[in-house]
Design a protein around this ligand. Structure first.
Ligand code: HEM
Length: 375
């Protein structure tokens, strides 16, 4: 029986499936871009000291900012009650307050937008049977992670509103940044997994766990970076490669706090040292991975991606060093944070594509692939 085909010779049913697949993928990548934007605005909120300017959590009604002078005065009055105002910003004018309020409101508003851009298309794709099975469950789990992230965001802000506190708790900031990174990683993983099987079949299987290990190392490094940012450890030891005159500071400086475990969060020396060491590990691993793939399958897509990824990690390390040497100016702190998201996204896409090429080889080809349920 004849099968209807497009001018390029592709069966029409398959062509429409390919288009739908590409629509879902585009939606997921758009969500990933919005997550990166939100991380950037969150970073600017932190670096401009704006994070505690809204002292309440109103997920729905908070979408409308103060619209009258009286409403602004009421918000300002609430801010004047907290320790950060008293100890850091005493004497701040209303117009200065409006600026810090704007950053925090913008960050929260982006969260609301992200929720809508996630759920409305999801319902549409689901109702039409485009998204179903394991993929649908995975997307729901990512949505739940988004809800958790909003709650952690508030728990983090609440930690900075405690009497005597002038900033949020570093560990909670780290958790907030890490969950954002996990959401980004999940979105990119699923989107890259929806790449046409025919594309990934052209790739060679790289048959190793290295890409996933690299992505995990980068995620760990992002969490350690969150601790550096949260404890303002970037304002100390602004030299490189030496730290306090040595490659490795003395054990007494690294473990000055008792009990020893608390140094990992509360001691700026160990916090910064860990971030430096894991950076070297990330870069060394990425270079080794690119080198070993280039040796065995130089012309493959995987080797090309691995080389690009190694370049990105080196650039990110250089940006981190500049950020440290300049004692965290706004532009460098922001660039370092946003670039970390790009490195993570690239590492996850590389890991996913390398895995799917392996999987499709194992399965024996395109015919057996089920794109909409493949996660
Ligand atoms: C692959 C390597 C690296 C990655 C993925 C990475 C990632 C990150 C991330 C995600 C943050 C948190 C940013 C924020 O929340 O605002 C951060 C902070 C920081 N990183 Fe890195 N980093 C890397 C290498 C380095 C290196 C080599 C240095 C310096 C030797 C460095 C210095 C800093 C400093 C000073 C901060 C604090 C910035 C602030 O207070 O806003 N980083 N890093």
């Amino acid at each position: 029986m004849a099968v209807a085909a497009s001018p390029e010779g592709m069966p029409l049913a398959r062509l429409s499936q390919t288009r739908t697949l590409s629509a879902v993928r585009t939606w997921l990548y758009a969500l990933a871009a919005l997550v990166v934007l939100m991380v950037a605005v969150g970073g600017a909120t932190r670096l401009t000291g704006s994070g505690l300017s809204i002292t309440e959590w109103k997920p729905v009604t908070g979408a409308i900012p103060p619209l009258t002078e009286q409403a602004w005065m009421a918000e300002f009055e609430k801010y004047r009650q907290i320790s950060q105002y008293e100890l850091v910003n005493k004497g701040m004018t209303l117009s200065e307050f409006k600026v810090i309020y704007g950053w925090e409101w913008g960050h929260r508003q982006l969260g609301r937008l992200l929720g809508l851009v996630f759920f409305l298309p999801l319902v549409w794709f689901w109702a039409r049977g485009i998204v179903r099975g394991r993929l649908a469950l995975t997307l729901l789990a990512i949505g739940a992670l988004g809800g958790l992230q909003a709650a952690v965001g508030w728990i983090m802000v609440a930690s900075g509103l405690e009497p005597g506190m002038t900033a949020v708790a570093p560990i909670k900031l780290t958790l907030h940044l890490t969950i954002a990174s996990i959401i980004l990683a999940c979105l990119v993983w699923v989107a890259a997994g929806l790449k046409e099987r025919s594309d990934s079949l052209r790739e060679m299987s790289i048959g190793s766990r290295a890409p996933r290990v690299l992505a995990a190392l980068i995620l760990l490094q992002i969490a350690l970076g969150g601790l550096v940012a949260g404890s303002k450890a970037g304002l100390t030891y602004n030299t490189w490669p030496l730290m306090d005159g040595a490659l490795v500071p003395s054990a007494s400086a690294l473990f000055v706090v008792r009990p020893w475990i608390e140094n990992f969060v509360d001691n700026v020396v160990l916090v910064q040292f860990n971030h430096r060491m894991v950076a070297y590990a990330v870069v060394a691993f990425a270079l080794w991975h690119a080198w070993s793939l280039s040796r065995t399958e130089a012309a493959s897509q995987a080797a090309r991606r691995a080389r690009a990824l190694a370049g990105l990690t080196v650039a990110q390390m250089a940006l981190g060093i500049v950020t440290l040497l300049l004692a965290v100016p706004l532009w460098a702190g922001l660039a370092h944070q946003v670039f970390a998201m790009a490195v993570l996204a690239m590492a996850v896409a590389h890991a996913r594509l390398s895995r799917s090429s392996q999987a499709s080889k194992e399965k024996g080809g395109l015919q057996e692939a089920a794109p909409f349920s493949a996660v």
